[in-house]
Design a protein around this ligand. Sequence first.
Ligand code: HEC
Ligand code: HEC
Ligand code: HEC
Ligand code: HEC
Length: 491
Amino acid sequence: MKKIQQLITEKPLIAWGLFLSTVVVVFFIGLFGASIVERRSEAIQRFQLVTPIAEWEPRNEVWGENFNRQFESYIKTLDTTFASKYGGSAMVDMLQREPNLVVLWAGYAFSRDYNQGRGHYYAIKDIRNTLRTDVPQPATCWTCKSTDVPRLMNEMGVSDFYKKSWNELGDEVVNAIGCHDCHDPKTMNLRITRPALIEAFERQGKDITKSSHQDMRSLVCAQCHVEYYFKGKEEKYLTLPWDDGISVDEMEKYYDEVEHVDFVHTLSKTPVIKAQHPDWEMAQFGIHAQRGVACADCHMPYKSEGGVKFTDHHIQSPLNNISRSCQVCHRESEETLLNNVYERQDKVKELLLLAEHSIVKAHLEAKAAWDKGAKEEEMKNILTNIRHAQWRWDYVAASHGGSFHAPLESARILATSIRKAEEARVELSKLLTYLGVQTPIAMPDLSTKEKAQKFIGLEMDKLKSKKQTFLSTVPSEWDKKAKERQSTMNN
Ligand code: HEC
Ligand code: HEC
Ligand code: HEC
Ligand code: HEC
């Protein structure tokens, strides 16, 4: 006290200065506090504005009544006009674009039909339409398509959900990917609704609920954009193969240990692992994830409308929106940034095609060897190499955006894929000579999807007309039933 009195009498100006700055600081702290409270109540008010959202509400429209901006932007995932060099939301028949894929997947439903992914709003429609769902599929296939999934898992239990058939739940799963998948209806906080991701974290001793807010902005996507398999012939339990780690090599080791086989290749008899879409895992090996940039930073940038800042829920290729997706962090022109993306994608594509050609040849040569009476023993090592080569090629091919998210890792994986395919081919070449087959063997004409499908023995006309019959009757029944059920849902 004495010191302060001394200060006031000896240096009154400094004392006044100190006093005033304290007042200013206190004033701003108060203002800041008030604004937080105000925002909170604004947010809470928004929840109470129109309709309360039921705990398991799957309908995006009902959530949309409260959150108009987010809903309106979400609906834009219906737009299919944008196509970039390798991505975008337009419908692209991948088998037409690359008939080699048909041969690589001979013996698996992907050889019938495979289109490039489009917006989330199409998830239900596209899975109904694809020729792949003519093969009996488990309900597990619905897991990454719909907001009805968390509701059903809650009603029937997770393992019983997976055990049903895809058809059985057709009238229950009708609302496309949406609000309920990523948000808690009470707080609107981001949350994880898919058990497979929570369980994969648990098995690694990690608690996903302790994730940082920034990590959650990627983990909501990792509910679906990851590698997975169906564990157990009966159980079909959705499982992420991450117990040894999330690199391609570690997952390969895991799959080998549990002897997982998605299908046996009809030409080469290789026990193949079909890569799904390890988008999140691949991204972890790229500079953006390593610098803490989240999926949502590029795919769900902020947007302003009438002075209100909100998250753009039109999840799509960021190349349709470089100014908001990239230029918040980068100063370069749109053209430069676009070229940066294309340069990486072009180079990875070059390697991808090399791998593809080597593996297709390996399958055909293996078939030639079997046809001439090759023995299991002689083929074992060859088939292991083809299995690993194809897994690695597919890992990159199916990791959408991976050639930009993690270009170096993509290139490394493809280099090992090519090496393994060529190792198989060196051995095959010796074996074929030994069996008296002239090499190189004659290659079939694989210049179009139709020719490739005929070559592997698919009767496409039959498959298509069967699908047509299904589409003209079943889905409308499913939708009708679902409407009736939903009309009695209270919210
Ligand atoms: C630094 C920005 C950035 C981040 C972060 C990012 N992406 Fe991407 N993503 C892109 C770009 C650029 C493309 C290429 C789009 C194209 O080719 O049209 C892409 C492509 C994709 C695609 C394919 C889309 C299409 O239209 O073909 C998917 C799916 C995807 N990303 C998911 C993710 C997921 C999941 C994460 C988080 C693990 C993520 N992305 C993180 C920039 C990003
Ligand atoms: C794929 C996951 C995902 C889906 C589906 C989704 N959101 Fe979001 N949402 C996010 C992310 C990520 C954020 C940013 C949250 C953050 O950083 O705190 C967000 C933010 C929000 C916010 C907070 C305000 C804002 O704009 O940042 C609201 C409200 C919201 N979403 C409503 C909805 C509604 C309504 C739907 C359905 C039409 C929906 N969301 C669907 C991931 C999703
Ligand atoms: C509930 C599962 C699920 C969640 C959660 C999810 N996705 Fe998807 N995503 C899908 C499916 C399925 C498709 C393909 C839909 C189709 O083709 O019908 C897809 C398609 C996409 C596409 C391609 C769309 C286009 O127009 O090019 C992008 C990009 C994408 N997702 C990014 C993300 C990002 C980023 C997140 C997290 C913020 C996310 N997704 C969360 C399942 C999901
Ligand atoms: C939230 C910030 C952020 C966003 C959004 C973002 N970036 Fe980046 N980007 C970074 C950071 C950080 C690095 C690493 C550079 C460093 O640490 O010096 C980086 C690096 C890069 C690199 C160099 C990577 C390499 O291979 O060496 C390219 C190219 C790039 N970004 C392009 C893009 C494009 C295209 C988009 C939009 C689709 C985008 N970025 C969005 C932050 C961002």
